[in-house]
Design a binder for this molecule. Structure first.
Ligand code: PEP
Ligand code: MN
Length: 335
C-alpha cells in the first residue's frame, strides 16, 4: 500500500504519520520526490483502515500495490535509485562499466587487466574469487587469496571491486569488497539473500538461468526486506532452445524492469552470449535499450583463461567496445 501525501506536507507531519503506521507493525518507506512524498507500507496492511488513512488532511491518495514485490516497486519509489559505489555510482545519469576476468588467476594477471580496463573507461573491476563451476573438477577460484589480489588491484587503480559470494559464512572476507555479486545459480538461495539483506553492502543480483523477471524482483525483495536497499539487477541471458549462443540475452528485460522497479539494471553480454565477438553488438544494444551499465569479461590471454575464455575480450577489444557504447549513449540521450 502507498499513501501519496499532499504537496507542502512538512517533515514533522511525515514523522508523526510514520510513527503511527510503524506502531501498527508496518515497515515504512519514505520516498521524497520533486513534487510529492510517497509513504510505502510493507507488511500486513490488511489491518490498516484505508478510509481512515485517506481521510487524513495530509493524504492525497491511498493505493494498494497488487504486485508481490513492494520495496523494489517503482510505485513505492518513482525516481530511479542511484547507488553510490566508491567514487562512482550506478543508476541515474551515470553509466557503469564493470570489467575484468571471469576468475582471478594471479596477481600479475589481475593487475595487468585492471590497469588496461581502467584506461579503457571501466568504472569498476570484476573478478571471481569463488567460482560456481558446473563441474567440481574445474578450477574453483583462488578464494580468500583471490579477494586479496582484487584488493591490491583496487589499491593500485582506485577501481571499486565486484566479486561473487557463494556462501554467507564467507561474508567476513567481503568486508572491503565494494559490490557483492550473487550469481545466476544463487539467485534463489533465499538464506544467502536474507543474510545479505542484513548487511549494508551493495549487492549485484544476477537473473537466474531460468527465472522470470518477477522472480528476480522477488529475490531483490528478499534483500530489501532485511533493510538493505542497495541492490543492482543484472540480466545475463536466460536458457532457451538456441545453441549457437550460451544463453539468450533478454534485452526487453531492461525496459520492462525499468517500468516495474526503481533499481538500476545492468547487462552482462559476456555470459549472455558466450561468444566474444557478440559482446560488442549486445553491449551497444544494452546501452540503446536504457541499461544503467554493463558487466564484461576481459582477459589478457583469453586462449589460456582458466574460465570463460571464449567469451572474454582482450583489453584492446574491450576498449573498442567502450568507445562504441559511448557513441550509442550519446546518440540515444534525450535532451
Ligand atoms: C560470473 O559473473 O562470473 C558468473 C558466474 O556469472 P553468472 O552467475 O551470470 O553465470
Ligand atoms: Mn564467467
Amino acid at each position: 500500500m502507498i499513501a501519496v501525501l499532499k504537496q507542502g506536507t512538512n517533515d514533522k507531519q511525515i514523522e508523526n504519520l510514520s510513527s503511527w503506521l510503524k506502531a501498527q507493525g508496518l515497515d515504512v518507506h519514505i520516498s521524497k520526490g520533486s513534487d510529492h512524498t510517497i509513504i510505502g507500507l510493507v507488511g500486513d496492511t490488511s489491518k490498516i483502515d484505508e478510509d481512515l488513512l485517506s481521510g487524513l488532511e495530509m493524504v492525497e491518495t491511498v493505493k494498494r500495490i497488487s504486485e508481490p514485490f513492494k520495496s523494489a516497486n517503482r510505485k513505492f519509489h518513482p525516481d530511479d535509485s542511484v547507488i553510490r559505489v566508491g567514487n562512482t555510482s550506478v543508476g541515474g545519469s551515470d553509466f557503469a562499466i564493470m570489467a575484468g576476468p571471469c576468475s582471478v588467476e594471479s596477481e600479475e594477471q589481475v593487475m595487468e587487466i585492471a590497469k588496461a580496463v581502467k584506461a579503457a573507461g571501466a568504472t569498476m573491476l570484476r573478478g571471481g574469487a569463488f567460482k560456481p563451476r558446473t563441474s567440481p573438477y574445474d578450477f574453483q577460484g583462488l578464494k580468500a587469496d583471490g579477494i586479496e589480489i582484487l584488493l591490491k588491484a583496487k589499491a593500485a587503480t582506485g577501481l571499486p571491486i565486484v566479486t561473487e559470494i557463494m556462501n554467507a559464512n564467507h561474508l567476513p572476507m567481503f568486508e572491503e569488497v565494494d559490490v557483492i555479486q550473487v550469481g545466476a545459480r544463487n539467485m534463489q538461495n533465499f538464506e544467502l539473500l536474507k543474510e545479505l539483506g542484513r548487511t549494508n553492502k551493495t549487492i549485484l543480483l544476477k537473473r537466474g538461468l531460468a527465472n522470470t523477471l518477477k522472480e528476480l524482483l522477488m529475490s531483490a525483495e528478499y534483500i530489501m526486506a532485511g533493510g538493505n536497499e542497495n541492490v543492482i539487477l543484472c540480466e545475463r541471458g536466460i536458457r532457451t532452445f538456441e545453441t549457437y549462443t550460451r544463453n539468450t540475452l533478454d534485452i526487453s528485460a531492461v525496459p520492462m524492469l525499468k517500468e516495474l522497479t526503481h533499481l538500476p539494471i545492468i547487462i552482462d553480454p559476456s555470459h549472455a552470449t558466450g561468444v566474444a565477438k557478440l559482446v560488442k553488438p549486445m553491449a551497444m544494444a544494452a546501452a540503446a535499450a536504457g541499461a544503467d551499465g554493463l558487466m564484461i569479461e576481459v582477459h589478457n590471454d583469453p586462449a589460456h583463461a582458466l574460465c570463460d575464455g571464449p567469451q572474454s575480450l582482450t583489453p584492446e577489444a574491450f576498449a573498442d567496445v567502450t568507445k562504441a557504447v559511448r557513441r550509442v549513449l550519446a546518440a540515444v540521450k534525450e535532451d
